[in-house]
Write a protein that binds this ligand. Structure first.
Ligand code: IMP
Ligand code: MG
Length: 177
């Protein structure tokens, strides 16, 4: 086993459990958006895998787009300064937007994005996050759909990275440094 894999800690969420929960979130969104055609915006790169699975768990006509944001500073700790690295391709004016995030930690990224997107005049704006670390919150943000509340651990896999690695793991694991 190579050294980078060996630095991974235990599994927090197995692929099967993630799959079941994503299906439940998809069912819930399907119920809540009947007749509405939601527009699902994935936040690159972390949410890309969750987004790809979630849109297929929603049984509605829908559309999607992506946005990429970055924060200045540390790798595992958000500095709070957010910037858009890749903006949306399409206007969200009068659309029913669902922002798709991998993890809400301090809440700073989501806070910035919700402010930025709501200024573009969508009909509605909700957020779904696969993971939530409530104990780390620095700013209160509304999150309508949460996959799992998790403890204050740095996790990787299923799209989440450490230094751009481990996004392809099917389970979500704790990183031990
Ligand atoms: P926030 O602005 O502090 O809420 O940070 C959110 C972003 O930080 C997420 O979209 C992730 O990219 C990253 N992040 C926070 N916690 C973790 C983690 O445990 N593993 C991987 N990335 C994380
Ligand atoms: Mg992210």
């Amino acid at each position: 086993m190579n050294q980078s894999i060996a630095s991974l800690g235990p599994i927090l969420l197995e692929a099967k459990k993630i799959r079941q929960r994503v299906q439940e979130l998809g069912n819930q969104i399907t119920q809540d958006f009947i007749g509405k055609s939601p527009h699902l915006i994935g936040i690159l790169k972390g949410a890309s895998i969750f987004h790809a699975d979630l849109v297929r768990a929603i049984e509605l006509e829908l559309s999607f787009d992506f946005i990429a944001v970055g924060s200045y500073g540390g790798r595992t700790r958000s500095s709070g300064e957010v910037r858009i690295l890749k903006d949306l391709d399409e206007s969200i004016k009068q659309r029913n937007v669902i922002l798709v995030e991998d993890i809400v930690d301090t809440g700073l990224t989501l806070h910035y994005l919700l402010q930025n997107l709501s200024a573009r005049d969508p009909s509605s704006l909700r957020t779904v996050t696969l993971l939530n670390k409530p104990s780390r919150r620095k700013i209160e943000v509304p999150v309508e759909y949460v996959g799992f509340d998790i403890p204050d651990e740095f996790v990787v896999g299923y799209g989440l990275d450490y230094a751009q690695k481990y996004r392809n793991l099917t389970d979500i694991r704790i990183l031990r440094k």
